[in-house]
Design a binder for this molecule. Structure first.
Ligand code: HT7
Ligand code: ZN
Length: 885
């Protein structure tokens, strides 16, 4: 397969100005007619015009109405090339035939739930018609759709409906025109039997926008939360960024078969059903939160992605990192800011830090790819969002907004690069931040080591910082980068000290805010490999709170921090993120020590100071209950995998279970009280305080049920039976399912019987069984492949069952290699149907070198088995072969 490099980027020789598409949709073949106004960029030469195309049957090609002779055309399985096109503007007409009903890859035009729909990002438009299918080719699109009126009563595409009517033979048509120039990846079409929930939104300048969410008729009642989320997002973008919607219509369509979460096609967003449909009985609080975030995310793309798009796919983070940052901020404003930050950092550390430390490590702006689909990664999305957040941390909220305004002023309607965003931020603030650009080009998570010293005579407190960026594939050596380090100093009462001055080298930097007040959090600019900062006028030895709010995506090492300091920060830090972090650091240290004890054959015992710290958090009535939930939750098993020199999945698992039980028995009374006190007495409401209450109750219940004692199991069963919403019903089921036995078996079968008609709920049931840490669970999961609830063609089911299984550290990494073999079997079967989803599964192998020699050999054997299969997709080949390097 061919590797594509950022350094080889060149603009196209031909611009496409207008594109007229006509779709004649039929059950077993679809005809697409495309008419393109082509404008050569040079008047003096006419190089070949190369169009991308895959799995298409070419019917005819005309230039200015004349059929192009075959000696002027060449057709391969990937390209249609016109060897001598005219050197002045011309009309290109291409007719093709396709078979959406046979398209199981779910890219291009395909059928889902009996309806036609499309997915064009990143390179799916070439499966619809021959085109220069790249994001820097922006055109005005007009789309005509013709189809049977009974089978496909609703016909949708981008922009405004400009014509529609009936045709002969029971057919009808619709014509849509999108007045905004766009790249082909934002094209969309939907045709089918759908109903809509309708609402309106009046923008800040008075434009009345019609909002429609389309689903099959029976699902309409489940779209209320999505509609509320959309209206909140529209208002929030006006309030926070001054960004207003630009058309009179905004459509969202929910489809059951979708490779990712959702797609921001101009004015016609297409969503995976699980990110639209919610009712209290069938969706959990986590589902409600995801819906809010993703509806916001796709809507926000209208400016960050659509109005200003990417010059090439290497710049993907330009739109995705920025839009993730925007959706994170939106969700923070709609709920609890510290809790949202904790969840986002958890995701970053669990998934992105692991990616950055493995064979697929790549910069936020990758240098090369074989299949672009493989670079929709946590690095591009989540680390990209952290990069955007660092601009805001360095420049302040107002400075960041000035940068955003300048970005839109300069680039509206353009396809641009990450440097353009950087330049707008820099120029709007006259800021000096050149080493910041390295965040886009250097892969790997920086290690930031900070040691501290206090001198009571000079009243100076010094931080010594050292940054190191580990080598990653293709990047053995790295330069130091600009890292914003947010620091607060706590006095012995646990209060923030005012910070008036800090010396960076010899340079005094004043730390006052706009009104001249001394600040309590300083943003230090760590730019060199080694750098010292000295705070002056510090009256007593402080406890330093470092990297507040996780001010940069780094691994922070504090070699001289003590357990007493951590307990002090847990109890007093004004930065809630760092209170949580203190508990996490203690939890990680404790678990690593226990693992060592276990490996040396010692008896496990727990330090009571840690448990007392958790008790005080659990019993503090002033704390946000969701914050309490996060603070009493132990670091995940996979986090420990990344912290050990040779990961030992069995020891990690044993220790984590041991610690959970130790906490549960020590805090039993408090946990029982938390269950008792936080039962739902009112109808379900997805607001923050109700969600927080349920979160605490559910976590407490899981702790209690871990004890596997009759009273605790009975309590969980009672919660299961009396639950009035899915959040509590499912959490009780999860609690019961921790322990093998009769209660587990009958609760699982009861749940399935109750919900077998609701496919989204059934996926939860599949995932719960797949992720289980019950020994030898691989056999149960293999059997579930044949269960009527499973269908390998549906990505949600694959992610639930196979993705769920990959979430079980002990079972995926079973010593006998059965987990690896199972995963490889499924990947090879799925690759023939849906390469995008198959390659996502292969990434579960990527940490294989972290384990012992025996496991490494077994994992490698399966990766090699995958990589050498004849006819393997480029998607799977890229991940498997890179994982083996
Ligand atoms: N921009 C969207 C990306 C996307 C996608 C990429 C590859 C293959 C399938 C896909 N479906 C959607 C989603 C987003 O907003 O980030
Ligand atoms: Zn996105």
């Amino acid at each position: 397969p061919k590797e594509i490099f950022l350094k080889d980027y060149k603009p196209t020789d031909y611009a496409f100005e207008r594109v007229e598409l006509k779709f004649v949709l039929d059950e077993d073949r679809t005809i697409v007619k495309s008419i393109i106004n082509v404008v050569p960029r040079s008047e003096t030469s006419n190089p070949p015009l190369v169009l991308d195309g895959r799995d298409l049957k070419l019917l005819s090609v005309k230039i200015n109405g004349e059929v192009v002779k075959s000696n002027n055309l060449s057709l391969t399985s990937r390209h249609l090339t016109l060897s001598t096109p005219p050197s002045s503007p011309f009309t290109l007409e291409v007719d093709t035939e396709l078979h959406p009903e046979k398209n199981l890859s779910l890219e291009g035009l395909y059928k889902s739930g009996g309806n036609f729909c499309t997915q064009c990002e990143a390179e799916g438009f070439r499966k619809i018609t021959f085109f220069q299918d790249r994001p820097d080719v922006m055109a005005i699109f007009t789309t005509t759709i013709e189809a049977d009126k009974t089978k496909y009563p609703v016909l949708l595409s981008n922009g405004n409906l400009i014509d529609h009517g009936d045709l002969e033979d029971g057919k009808h048509f619709a014509v849509w025109e999108d007045p905004f120039k766009k790249p082909s990846y934002l094209f969309a079409l939907v045709a089918g039997q759908l109903e809509s929930r309708e609402d309106t939104f009046t923008t800040c300048s008075g434009r009345l926008v019609h909002l429609r969410i389309w689903t099959p008729a029976q699902d309409i009642p489940k779209t209320a939360h999505a509609m509320r989320s959309l209206k909140s997002a529209m208002k929030w973008d006006e309030d926070v960024f001054g960004l207003e919607y630009d058309l009179d219509l905004f459509n969202i369509v929910a489809v059951p078969d979708f490779n990712m979460g959702a797609m921001e096609n101009k004015s016609l967003n297409i969503f995976n059903s699980k990110l639209v449909l919610a009712s209290p009985e069938t969706a959990t609080d986590a589902d409600y939160s995801s819906i809010l975030g993703v509806i916001g995310h796709e809507y926000f793309h209208n400016w960050t992605g659509n109005r200003v798009t990417c010059r090439n796919w290497f710049q993907l983070s330009l739109k995705e990192g920025l839009t993730v940052f925007r959706d994170q901020e939106f969700s923070s404003d709609m709920g609890s800011r510290p809790v949202k930050r904790i969840s986002d950092v958890l995701r970053l550390r669990l998934s992105q830090f692991a990616e950055d430390a493995g064979p697929m490590a790549h910069p936020v702006r990758p240098h090369s790819y074989i299949k672009m689909d493989n670079f929709y990664t946590v690095t591009v999305y989540e680390k990209g969002a952290e990069v955007v957040r660092m601009y805001q941390t360095l420049l302040g909220k107002q400075g960041f907004r000035k940068g955003m305004d300048l970005y839109f002023e300069r680039h509206d309607g353009q396809a641009v690069a990450c440097e353009d965003f950087f330049a707008a931020m820099r120029d709007a603030n006259e800021a000096d931040m050149s080493s910041f650009l390295l965040w886009y080009s250097q892969a790997g998570t920086p290690l930031l080591t900070v040691t501290t010293a206090y001198n009571p005579d000079t009243r100076c407190f010094t931080l010594k910082c050292r940054q190191e960026i580990p080598p990653t594939p293709g990047q053995p050596l790295k330069e130091p980068m600009l890292i914003p380090l947010a620091v607060g100093l706590l006095n012995s009462k646990g209060h923030d000290m005012p910070l008036s001055d800090v010396l960076d080298g010899e340079l005094p930097l004043s730390l006052t805010d706009a009104s001249g007040q001394a600040v309590t959090t300083a943003i230090l600019r760590v730019e060199k490999a080694e750098q010292e900062f000295t705070f002056v006028n510090i009256p007593e030895k402080p406890v330093a709170s470092l990297l507040r709010n996780f001010s940069a995506p780094v691994r922070l090492l504090q070699p001289d921090i003590t357990d007493d300091d951590l307990l002090f920060l847990l109890a007093h830090d004004s930065d809630e993120f760092n209170r949580w972090e203190a508990a996490q650091i203690m939890g990680r240290k404790l678990m690593l020590n226990l693992i060592e004890q276990l490996q040396q054959g010692g008896k496990l015992s727990v330090d009571s100071a840690y448990i007392e710290g958790l008790r005080s958090i659990l019993c503090d009535p002033l704390l946000d209950k969701e914050f309490v939930t996060k603070a009493i939750t132990l670091p995940a098993e996979s986090e420990l995998v990344d912290l050990m020199t040779v990961a030992d999945p069995d020891a990690i698992h044993t220790v984590r279970r041991f610690l959970i039980r130790a906490i549960a028995s020590s805090l039993r009374k408090e946990l029982e009280y938390a269950v008792e006190e936080n039962r739902s007495l009112e109808p379900y409401d997805p607001n923050h305080s109700s969600m927080a209450r349920r979160a605490l109750k559910n976590t407490a219940l899981a702790y209690l049920a871990s004890l596997d004692q009759p009273e605790a199991t009975e309590l969980a069963l009672q919660e299961y039976r009396t639950a009035t919403n899915m959040t509590e019903q499912f959490a009780a089921l999860v609690a019961i399912a921790q322990n093998p036995g009769e209660a587990r078996t009958s609760a699982l079968s009861d749940f399935y019987e109750q919900w077998k008609h609701e496919f989204l709920v059934v996926n939860k049931w599949l995932a719960l069984q797949a992720v289980s840490d019950i020994p030898n669970n691989v056999e149960n999961v293999r059997q579930l492949l044949d269960h009527p609830a499973f269908d390998i063609r549906n990505p949600n089911k694959v992610y639930a069952l196979i993705g769920g299984f990959c979430g079980s550290v002990v079972n995926l990494h079973a010593k006998d290699g059965s987990g690896y073999k199972f995963l490889a079997d499924v990947v090879l079967k799925l690759d023939k149907l849906n390469p995008q989803v198959a390659s996502r599964l292969v990434t579960a192998f990527s940490r294989w070198r972290r384990f012992d020699d025996g496991r490494q050999a077994l994992a490698k054997e399966q990766l090699e088995r995958i990589a050498k299969v004849e006819g393997l997709s480029d998607n799977v080949y890229e991940i498997a072969s890179k994982s083996l390097v």
